[in-house]
Design a protein around this ligand. Structure first.
Ligand code: BDR
Ligand code: CA
Length: 339
């Protein structure tokens, strides 16, 4: 099994990443930590608890973390993820409650307790992890590995022309993390899933239909680009219904930004890679974050050729088979929803 701490800013695709992990027998969820990003951190926490409850997930610790970035003012993006961060989905209010510990404590205590065992998955701004390494500088060596959804290298940004959302929200945190993890052994380098690869993980309406079928939901779950925006799912299966309502919003958003009626599965892809690194082809590079640029603050820069004369500090995902990712998602999340 893979023991995991997951840091999220849930988020439509974060939601699917959570479901993917809940659906994966080899994942042992040790903790879920919440950061501000797509929506504020308290809403993120509610969303995580609500998905856990909806799916009868394990009684995993969910902890609140940073409510604002380290230096930058907080930005959130309701237009991308909906007013609550889960698109059109209206999840029942959770009865589960938040941990009394801070997110950083969850990272540090668990990593100390199980040195070298825990994989960290970060699908939001890197604020919590940056704060945690400031409190426990050994953290990079105590974790098995981290997998980060973030950055854009040889690819345009999705927040400014050169920046990806998770890094753009808290560039200072991202730099702290990349610097801090440069001490880890070569085979434990942070795995970075940047837009270069995650924008190739396109979820189309037919994937939702297949997921619904795998869950035994009726009637056929059809999301059509011709539907009036905001049309709600009629699926008999409650997980499929909420998921479909969430993803529809994300597809409408992508269409608005001229990317087609589809949704990029950034975070679920990173979750799948965290459980099975063999899904991803990686290339080593030295990664840094622009903090001073007047046009480019938050841009991730990769030195592929050793021009800076520094050891590589990251394994950047350069290739994958999106079809294999969707096969796994449909099998696993379908079975989770059916249960
Ligand atoms: C990232 O930004 C967020 O909006 C998504 O959840 C994902 O983590 C993609 O840039
Ligand atoms: Ca996210």
């Amino acid at each position: 099994t893979t023991p995991l701490i997951v840091d999220v800013d849930t988020g439509i695709d974060d939601s699917l990443a959570l479901l993917y992990l809940l659906a994966s027998p080899e994942a042992e969820l040790v903790g879920i930590t919440c950061t501000a990003g797509n929506v504020n951190a308290r809403q993120v926490a509610i969303n995580n608890l609500a998905w856990l409850e909806l799916c009868n997930g394990p009684d995993v610790e969910v902890a609140l973390g940073a409510e604002v970035p380290i230096i930058a003012p907080l930005m959130t993006t309701e237009e991308t993820h909906g007013p609550q961060g889960i698109g059109y989905a209206e999840l029942p209010a959770p009865t589960r409650t938040l941990s009394t510990r801070h997110a950083t404590q969850v990272w540090i205590d668990n990593a100390r307790k199980r040195p070298g065992e825990i994989t960290g998955l970060i699908t939001g701004p890197l604020t919590n992890l940056a704060l945690a390494v400031k409190l426990e500088p050994e953290l990079p060596l105590l974790l098995k590995r981290i997998v980060v959804m973030g950055g854009a290298f040889n690819h345009p940004g999705n927040t400014t022309p050169t920046t990806e959302w998770n890094v753009a929200v808290d560039p200072d945190a991202a730099k702290i993390v990349f610097d801090a993890f440069s001490v880890v052994p070569d085979d434990r380098r942070p795995v970075i899933c940047a837009l270069d690869v995650t924008e190739r993980i396109e979820m189309h309406p037919h994937h939702i239909a297949e997921l619904a079928r795998a869950a035994g939901s009726t009637p056929d779950e059809i999301i059509s680009p011709d539907d009036e925006p905001g049309r709600r799912s009629q699926a008999s299966n409650k997980v499929i219904r909420h998921l479909s309502d969430a993803v529809r919003f994300y597809m409408e958003f992508h269409r608005l930004y001229e990317q087609g009626f589809l949704a990029h599965m950034h975070d679920p892809f990173a979750a799948a890679v965290a459980l099975d690194p063999s899904l991803a082809t990686v290339r080593e590079a030295t990664v840094d974050v622009e903090l001073a640029g007047t046009l480019t603050r938050g841009q991730t820069v990769a030195d592929w050729r050793g021009m800076w004369g520094q050891r590589p500090n990251a394994a950047i995902v350069v290739d994958t088979d999106p079809a294999e990712f969707f096969r796994r998602t449909i099998d696993r999340v379908g079975a989770l929803a059916r249960a």
